[in-house]
Design a protein. Structure first.
Length: 633
């Protein structure tokens, strides 16, 4: 007999769980609406009214009452929970049972919508990056085995089928595979990686099966670390957010004091004085003064800004940096790898040695110990010409801003820029100083041995980035350790008016400090950890291509994931949009509250208007904050 399996219900979303968990609130709403409908056609006995409304009140407000009691026990009397509890119990005291219940019901509905909005915001951000598979195919003892990615260790080989997501960072073993990198960079165009290239968790194999040698554990992958960074980004609060939090702590006790004055002071001036009338007005004052619209919608606005940035391939480590981005007037940029591609190629080799291949061998061997793009170009050129960088290399030493020195086969070899030879007092052909191109010069035992002419290429959107920044009122300044002639040539192509070359790391710091001393609010954007001192000095440190460098992810405040300079203007626009929405919410909430509080104190507004105004403002502020995430840039 065939067994028929019962259909399995789809799992509930976080929003559905929140909605269904509030069943006491819905029961309270039904009781309230049912009572009001019956009261329209007949007189309900007072005892029945009290019992029904008390039941509805406890169903709707039990959580608020619990939080209010807990806060009072801790000595915290002035918060939104005690404020709402005081107002609703006051309504019960003067016999306005239905209005007291309505205040609590609609307040809780407002809290529900806030929870739903926050949950959806968090889920949308997490969905952008949390694309890590639950299983991975590992090749063990010649067999393909499905295991948890947590169980895969560095050095193992995994197999990724077409359409599957890569689970771990590694190096590609297959000849060539195209990947969808949109989850990491926001870039929809396929990215073809070749054998030996790095592949990152979150990429999707598009056209063929890929074999990858794992280089990092699952928890240490770039994607895992970025996801963790984004999820904790709101812990760094913006100045506006901190101000509102401090404001609410001062504002709430003032409101309580004003409500007490509104209830009792009229006894000195009004005759006849009716305590119930003025207590009712005091309760209206308390309800409308609740600061929940401010305290919830503002952080939600910043969370929306961080989410929008993530969707555009920009990681912002805290809402405070969104605020600072709006104040940037100067953007200081590195050249190589930031405004240029940093993919150098050797264009020409000039040798002063009898054997040209000997020059290439020595340069490739010493440069093989460096990860600088120029060094990579030299080693790649040697490999392309079939020259193996062989030999015994000892005493390798890096000379910051100049190049490398080592002993190869007993001979002292220098490899770097012209400043290195100047520093060591080594003569070289005078025409080299007039070259516009980047040069790598080599000296052997104190004598000039030859040079490599290196070419770099400006990024396609670099000029557009400078133009967009100028439209936002941001001036671009370029600093580089490259030759001044090269730097000025690139600056001319991009429309950058201020550019400096031949700078050592400490000289970059001096230039940035001079700009800060002149009153410039500035950001610095670079592509590596070498610029760490300048990043630390800038108001905002921005890393270009942060997925390629662990150190960059750790140190930068903002990370542009797809290497596009045009994203710099996008980041500033997102910061401006977020700040604009936050201040719209502040103006809306405070404006409506002041008007309705004045009407309530004058006896024009009732508790019904007060609660609808309070909850309505909160919902409008939340919707206004939420629209940031739906914005397309």
């Amino acid at each position: 007999m065939e067994t028929v399996q019962a259909p399995v219900a789809p799992p509930q979303s976080a929003e559905e769980s929140i909605f269904l968990s509030r069943w006491p609130l819905w029961a309270s709403l039904v009781l309230l609406l049912g009572f009001l409908a019956v009261a329209q056609v007949t007189t309900v006995p007072k005892a029945i009214e009290i019992i029904l409304m008390l039941a509805a009140y406890l169903l709707a407000g039990h959580e608020t009452l619990r939080k209010a009691g807990r806060n009072v026990a801790r000595g915290d009397f002035f918060n939104e929970f005690t404020l709402m509890t005081t107002a609703t119990l006051g309504a019960f005291y003067i016999g306005e049972y239905a209005e007291g219940v309505a205040v609590m019901v609609f307040y809780e509905i407002g809290e529900l919508f806030q929870d739903l909005a926050v949950s959806r915001s968090k889920r949308s951000i997490k969905a952008l990056l949390d694309v890590r598979p639950d299983q991975v195919t590992a090749l063990r003892n010649g067999q393909a085995v499905d295991v948890s990615p947590f169980d895969v260790t560095p050095g193992e080989v995994i197999r990724v089928k077409p359409g599957e997501k890569v689970a771990l960072d590694g190096l590609l073993l297959s000849p060539a595979v195209s990947f969808n990198t949109a989850a990491l960079t926001g870039e929809s165009r396929p990215d073809t990686r070749r054998e030996g290239d790095s592949v990152l968790a979150g990429m999707i194999s598009l056209d063929r099966e890929a074999e990858i040698r794992v280089t990092t554990a699952f928890k240490d992958s770039k994607l895992s670390r970025i996801l963790d960074m984004v999820q904790h980004a709101t812990a760094r609060k913006a100045p506006t957010q901190l101000f509102i939090s401090r404001f609410a702590k001062i504002y709430t006790p003032i409101v309580f004091a004003l409500a007490v004055c509104l209830i009792f002071l009229p006894a000195l001036f009004v005759s006849p004085y009716d305590f119930s009338t003025w207590l009712y007005r005091g309760m209206i004052f308390l309800v409308i003064s609740c600061p929940c619209a401010l305290t919830v919608s503002i952080p939600l606005g910043y969370f929306g800004g961080i989410g929008l940035a993530s969707r555009n391939g920009i990681l912002v480590k805290g809402s405070n940096f969104l605020d600072v981005l709006t104040e940037i007037r100067t953007l200081v940029s590195d050249k190589t790898g930031t405004l240029t591609k940093g993919t150098f190629e050797v264009q020409q080799v000039e040798s002063a040695l009898p054997d040209r291949n000997e020059l290439i061998r020595l340069a490739a061997l010493i440069e093989s110990r460096s990860t600088h793009p120029v060094a990579t170009a030299v080693t790649a050129y040697a490999a392309a010409n079939g020259i193996t960088p062989s030999g015994t290399l000892n005493d390798l030493r890096e000379i910051a801003g100049h190049g490398l020195q080592a002993v190869i086969d007993g001979k002292t070899v220098l490899c770097g820029n012209l400043k290195l030879l100047d520093k060591e007092g080594i003569t070289y052909p005078s025409d080299l100083k007039n070259r516009v191109e980047t040069l790598v010069v080599v000296a052997l035992d104190g004598n000039y041995a030859g040079c490599f002419t290196i070419a770099d290429e400006v990024k396609e959107d670099a000029a557009e980035a400078v133009r967009k920044l100028a439209q936002l009122g941001v001036e671009t300044v370029m600093l580089s350790g490259d030759k001044s002639s090269v730097v000025q040539k690139v600056a001319g192509e991009l429309g950058i008016r201020t550019a400096y070359g031949d700078l050592l790391p400490e000289q970059k710091v001096e230039k940035v400090q001079a700009l800060k001393d002149a009153g410039h609010k500035l950001a610095f954007v670079g592509d590596g950890v070498n610029d760490a001192p300048v990043v630390a000095l800038a108001d905002v440190g921005i890393a270009m291509g942060g997925l390629g460098s662990d150190a960059t992810i750790e140190t930068a405040d903002v990370v542009i994931q797809n290497d596009q300079p045009s994203k710099l203007a996008t980041a500033i626009r997102i910061g401006k949009l977020t700040k604009s929405v936050v201040w719209q919410n502040i103006g809306l909430a405070m404006g409506v509250k002041i008007i309705v509080m004045a009407l309530g104190a004058g006896g024009v507004a009732t508790l019904w208007e007060a609660v609808f105004a309070d909850v309505g403002v909160a919902l409008l502020a939340i919707l206004n904050a939420y629209r940031i995430q739906a914005r397309k840039l």
